[in-house]
Design a protein. Sequence first.
Length: 229
Amino acid sequence: MTRLAALVAACLMMAACTTTNVKSAAGLPAAPPRESRVLLVEPDVKLSVILASGLQEPRADWSAAARANLQTAVEVTLQGRSHSYTPFKPDENMDGRAGQLLRLNAVVGQAIMLHSYGPFPLPTKGKAFDWTLGDGATTLGGSGEADYALFIHGAGSYSSGGRVAVVVGAALLGVSLPTGGQQVYASLVDLKTGKVVWFNLAVAAPGADMRDPEGARLLVESMLKDVPL
């Protein structure tokens, strides 16, 4: 029972809050000029379920629900701020230069996760947060119709009932098994220069379940708490 109690206590500690880690580009204004126009790109979310065997099975229904919930929560968060925003659906804009930039942004985001947050810092950058999509980012801004773009990417896995039973049984034997987890990162890009001016990685607490509207609201609240908008 001691091991089980320790497991429960650990889970409660994990559920306490969503953790975030903000990075910003140096030498830039603390916030975009008032009344800037923001392109709100529909979140890219991929969720899966961990089976009892430990294999992960993609769940398109969970991903779709999380995508819609995050989109709504971000829109509500941005409402009433000093900037206007325009929803942007990647699926409808994957052709031509816009599609190339959307794919490039995904690659840059992965590189930031690996080199600015992960264990492989780039010697040429040091501790500086200096990332860009290049001058071509102006394409996403259209003819001056948007000044900044806000991108959101989410991923995660959830344990099935069978997996939970396996994890609890293993814990009683002193063995720790992964139970899944969810994380979301957001980036704010200056569409005039292509620079990534702000980036935040949020690791979701169990109470901030993006599949649920209220959970998504709590997750977005933490993730965008320091966004300069």
